[in-house]
Design a protein around this ligand. Structure first.
Ligand code: NAD
Length: 480
C-alpha cells in the first residue's frame, strides 16, 4: 500500500435483513408464490434470496386488488388525504435511507456512495414533490377537474431500481391512480422493501401492488384487460413490443427507453471541468444509465488535451467492492449485461476503434468491467450507434459547431446531451439545435423531481417528473 492509498471504508450490511424467500405484494399483504428464481449480488455472485415468478393468475389478483382499491378507496379519498400518505412514504424512505441504500447496493452492484447520496434521497424527493401536487392538480393546467386513468401497470428496469419505482409510483398515486408494479427480475429487493413501507405508512390495501418475475410477467400486465394505462421504462426493443401490444387497446402508454447521449466539448470549454463531467457522464452507475453521455464529441483542436487529461483522471477511478464508501465504479448488474458489453466492445475493436483502460485489478468473483474509452470512433461504428449500457465511452471529433450538432443528432435516440462551453450564446444555440429531451450545460446527470425527463424519437414517449410528468397520469393529460 502506498502512503496515499485509502484505507478500506466498508458500509455495514447489518442494517438489512434479507429473507430467504419473498412472495408477491397483493392487496396490502405478502402472498406466497409457487415458482422462484434467485436474486444474486453481482459483486460476489452470492445468492441473496429467492424471488417469486408471478403467474398469470397472480397478475389477475393484483389487477383486481388495484381496481377494487381504486373504486372503493383511492378515487373517493380527498386529495389532501392522498397527499398525507405520500408524505408518510417520503418520510419513511428518509428514516430507512441507510437500509434502502445498503440493500440497493447489495442487489444491484452500484457503489454505496451512489445509492446513499443519489438513488435513495432522490426517491424520497419524488414522493415529497408529488405529495405537494396531490391537492393542487386543478392548478396544474389540466383543467379544473383532472381525472386519473384508473389502474396503472408499471414496468421498470434494473439500473435504478428504487428510483425508477419512485418515478412511477409517486405521480401515479398523487393523481389518484392505483398501481401494479413489476420490478426488473435481477433487482426486486428494494421494491419488496418498499412494499413494507406501504404497510408501515398504512396505505390502504390494493393501492400499490408489486408482482415480481421476468418479461412474461411484464407482458401479462401489458396485455391485461383490467389495466387502463401502461408506464414502461426499459429498452427500446421491449418498448416497441409493448407499443404494438397496446395499440388499439384503448390503454394510455408512456415509454422511457434507451439513449446514446452526445456530450459535446467545444474548444472554449473549461477543460478540467469538462473532464469531470465526461467521467460523471459515462462512469456514474457503471454507465448503466439511459441518459449516459456515451458519445463524446470533442472539437478537433483540443482532442489530445482532453483525452490526455481524461486518461489521467480515469487512472484515479476506484473500481471494486460497491459496499466500500470509497468505491467509484461498482459491479456490472448481471452476467447477461456483461456479455452484452463484451460483445459490443469486441465489435469496437474489430471496427478499428483504439481501446484504452487504466491499470486496475478487477475482483475475481462477480461481474466486472474496467472503465474504458475508444478513440478514433466514427459515426458508422456500432459502438457509436448502439447503447452499450456499461462503462465504455466512444470518442468522436468535430471541426465546426454545425458538424457537432449534425453528429450529435445522427442517432435514432434522443434522450440526453451535454454541452461544454464558456460561451453562453453558443450553449443556447446548440441546445436549440439538439434533438434530446434533456440537455445539460457545463454539468451532467443532474436530476430533480420538478424537472421533466424523457426522450425524442426511439428514446420514448411522454415525460416523467415536473408538471409534464403529472400529465401522463391524467386522462387526456398526455396531449396537453
Ligand atoms: P428491458 O427492456 O430488458 O427490461 C425492462 C423491464 O421490462 C424489466 O422489468 C423486464 O422484465 C421487462 N420486460 C422484458 N420483456 C418484456 C415484455 N415483453 N413485456 C413487458 N415487459 C417486459 O431493459 P433493461 O435491460 O432492464 O434496462 C435497460 C434499458 O432501460 C436500457 O435500454 C436503458 O436505456 C433503459 N432505461 C431508460 C430510462 C429512461 O428513463 N428513458 C431509464 C432507465 C433505463
Amino acid at each position: 500500500m502506498s502512503a496515499f492509498e485509502y484505507a478500506p471504508a466498508p458500509e455495514s450490511r447489518a442494517v438489512v435483513s434479507i429473507e430467504p424467500e419473498y412472495g408477491l405484494f397483493i392487496n396490502g399483504k405478502f402472498v406466497k408464490g409457487k415458482k422462484h428464481f434467485p436474486s444474486i449480488n453481482p459483486a460476489t455472485g452470492e445468492k441473496l434470496s429467492n424471488i417469486t415468478q408471478a403467474s398469470n393468475a397472480d397478475v389477475d389478483k393484483a389487477v383486481l386488488a388495484a381496481r377494487s382499491a381504486y373504486q372503493k378507496t383511492w378515487s373517493k379519498m380527498a386529495p389532501a388525504q392522498r397527499a398525507k400518505y405520500l408524505y408518510r412514504i417520503a418520510r419513511i424512505l428518509q428514516e430507512r435511507a441507510r437500509e434502502f441504500a445498503v440493500l440497493e447496493t447489495l442487489d444491484n452492484g452500484k457503489p454505496i456512495r451512489e445509492s446513499r447520496d443519489v438513488d435513495v434521497p432522490l426517491a424520497a424527493a419524488h414522493f415529497f414533490y408529488h405529495a405537494g401536487w396531490a391537492d393542487k392538480l386543478q392548478h396544474a393546467g389540466f383543467g379544473s377537474a383532472p381525472k386519473p386513468h384508473g389502474v396503472v401497470g408499471q414496468i421498470i428496469p434494473w439500473n435504478f431500481p428504487l428510483l425508477m419505482l419512485a418515478w412511477k409510483i409517486a405521480p401515479a398515486l398523487a393523481t389518484g391512480n392505483t398501481v401494479v408494479l413489476k420490478p426488473a427480475e435481477s433487482t426486486s429487493l428494494t421494491a419488496l422493501l418498499f412494499a413494507q413501507v406501504c404497510q408501515q405508512a398504512e396505505l390502504p390495501a390494493g393501492v400499490v401492488n408489486i408482482v415480481t418475475g421476468d418479461g412474461a410477467v411484464g407482458a401479462a400486465l401489458v396485455n391485461h384487460p383490467g389495466i387502463d394505462k401502461i408506464a414502461f421504462t426499459g429498452s427500446t426493443d421491449v418498448g416497441k413490443i409493448i407499443a404494438r401490444s397496446v395499440a388499439h387497446s384503448g390503454k394510455s402508454l408512456t415509454l422511457e427507453l434507451g439513449g446514446k447521449g452526445a456530450n459535446i466539448v467545444f474548444e472554449d470549454a473549461a477543460i478540467d471541468e469538462a473532464v469531470e463531467g465526461i467521467v460523471n457522464g459515462i462512469f456514474f452507475n457503471q454507465g448503466h444509465v439511459c441518459c449516459a453521455g456515451s458519445r463524446l464529441l470533442i472539437q478537433e483542436g483540443i482532442h489530445d488535451e482532453v483525452v490526455g487529461k481524461l486518461k489521467v483522471r480515469m487512472a484515479k477511478i476506484r473500481v471494486g467492492d460497491p459496499m466500500d464508501k470509497n468505491t467509484d465504479l461498482g459491479a456490472i448488474n448481471s452476467a447477461e449485461q456483461l456479455m452484452k458489453i463484451n460483445e459490443l466492445v469486441d465489435y469496437g475493436k474489430k471496427e478499428g476503434g483504439e481501446i484504452w483502460s487504466p491499470q486496475c485489478t478487477l475482483p475475481s468473483k462477480g461481474f466486472w468491467f474496467a472503465p474504458t474509452i475508444f478513440s478514433g470512433v466514427t459515426q458508422a461504428h456500432r459502438i457509436a450507434r448502439e447503447e452499450i449500457f456499461g462503462p465504455v465511452l466512444s470518442i468522436l471529433t468535430f471541426r465546426t459547431p454545425q458538424e457537432a450538432i449534425e453528429k450529435a443528432n445522427n442517432t435514432p435516440f434522443g434522450l440526453s446531451a451535454g454541452i461544454w462551453s464558456e460561451k453562453g450564446s453558443r450553449t443556447l444555440w446548440a441546445s436549440n439545435q439538439l434533438k434530446a429531451g434533456v440537455i445539460w450545460a457545463n454539468t451532467f446527470n443532474k436530476f430533480d423531481p420538478a424537472s421533466p425527463f424523457g426522450g425524442y424519437k426511439e428514446s420514448g414517449w411522454g415525460r416523467e417528473g415536473g408538471r409534464h410528468g403529472l400529465g401522463s397520469y391524467i386522462k387526456g393529460g398526455d396531449h396537453e
